[in-house]
Design a protein around this ligand. Structure first.
Ligand SMILES: C[S@@+](CC[C@H](N)C(=O)[O-])C[C@H]1O[C@@H](n2cnc3c(N)ncnc32)[C@H](O)[C@@H]1O
Length: 329
């Protein structure tokens, strides 16, 4: 009887759901707008917490689907309902589903998967916004960021926060994306926010780096890490690294990077190899023509096995979202 009363009370607060159906604990979520969260996280006096970042990722997910809501409060109940729908978007609709919305989730499935993977995305964002930059760049007037394979563009938002936390006023960010539909969507979002330029083009083509040729780049993110068991070449990682370092060379010499490094397994040599900035993420010369399978990522100075990225943020998720939210790789 007492239990029923508690459940009823829960129903009043969240009329459509019980708290165990919410994506994260309501005590850790701030009912605010995405832009308000971006401002808060950009304030260098604010100590960033994992759940603040997760809240921002959830709001970006919501705003990516519901255009024009960047300045609106996103209720936890609404984002939880969206996550629940996304968790079964590749299956058939349930009787009360909004058909148009379910089909939108299907159309944008790949991009949305990045955002719905709240823990991995938040871990990546935390590593970007807290990364120290080279003293050679702190004195510079401008923060120049580059996000390769920008997809939803959420890593550009992370770079924006990073720049503001470091005290930069002049912030120039570029995202390169070759999928026309995805790139156009990010172009519209970042034009509306006024935060970054999207270059619609192939990151393997040196011409797409033209706007950066005369700039000292502060930060580069390149999240084209293939799924485990799939070679890095498959995600264009190898050819992009060659073009990036071949084209921007000195301009990125002092830049911070995401990933900071990768550990990849080389079948032919039967060893693991470190890929980092010092070798243009290609590893020693003898590995250049070989197939490398990513195994681990260097993030916040630590080696993290690929399957464990984001795991430390799992405890903040509710039980259903731990098992049902989709994963990027
Ligand atoms: C793993 S997703 C990136 C996710 C992104 N960081 C996000 O959070 O949305 C990889 C993206 O890179 C894009 N891409 C793949 N190869 C590319 C290339 N050669 N040039 C530009 N974009 C590329 C894909 O279209 C996809 O949007």
């Amino acid at each position: 009887m007492q239990e029923q009363t508690a459940m009823e009370a829960e129903k009043v607060r969240y009329p459509h759901q019980f708290t165990q159906d919410l994506v994260i604990d309501p005590l850790l979520y701030t009912e605010s707008s995405l832009l308000k969260d971006v401002d808060t996280l950009s304030d260098p006096t604010v100590i960033v917490t994992d759940y603040m970042i997760m809240g921002m990722v959830l709001k970006y997910f919501y705003c990516y689907v519901h255009k024009g809501s960047f300045d609106e409060v996103v209720p936890l109940q609404d984002i939880s309902a969206l996550c629940e729908m996304f968790s079964r978007h590749s299956s058939l609709n349930e009787p009360d589903d909004n058909i148009e919305l379910m089909n939108y989730l299907r159309q944008w499935s790949f991009s949305l998967r990045m955002l719905a993977d709240v823990t991995k995305t938040s871990h990546i964002i935390r590593s970007i916004i807290t990364q120290k930059i080279s003293p050679k760049l702190t004195k510079s007037d401008e923060y120049v960021g580059l996000d390769i394979g920008t997809g939803t563009g959420i890593l550009l938002l992370a770079q924006h926060i990073h720049a503001r936390r470091l005290g930069f006023k002049d912030i120039t960010l570029y995202g390169i994306e070759y999928d026309k539909m995805v790139g156009l969507q990010s172009y519209k979002i970042f034009k509306e926010l006024g935060l970054a330029e999207i270059i619609l083009g192939d990151a393997r083509d040196c011409r797409n780096y033209e706007p950066l040729l005369n700039k000292q780049v502060t930060f580069v993110s390149n999240e084209m890490v293939a799924a485990m068991h799939q070679p890095l070449r498959r995600e264009h990682f190898v050819s992009i690294s060659k073009t990036l370092f071949g084209t921007l060379g000195e301009n990125i010499a002092n830049a911070g990077f995401f990933p900071e490094g990768l550990i990849a397994f080389c079948k032919e040599m039967n060893v693991s190899v470190l890929l980092a900035k010092n070798t243009a993420f290609l590893g020693p010369k003898e590995y250049h023509e070989m197939n490398l399978l990513p195994q681990g990522i260097i993030i916040e100075g630590n080696i993290v096995p690929l399957h464990e990225l984001g795991n430390e943020l799992m405890p903040y998720l509710s039980e259903w979202s731990k098992t049902r939210l989709s994963h990027r790789w």
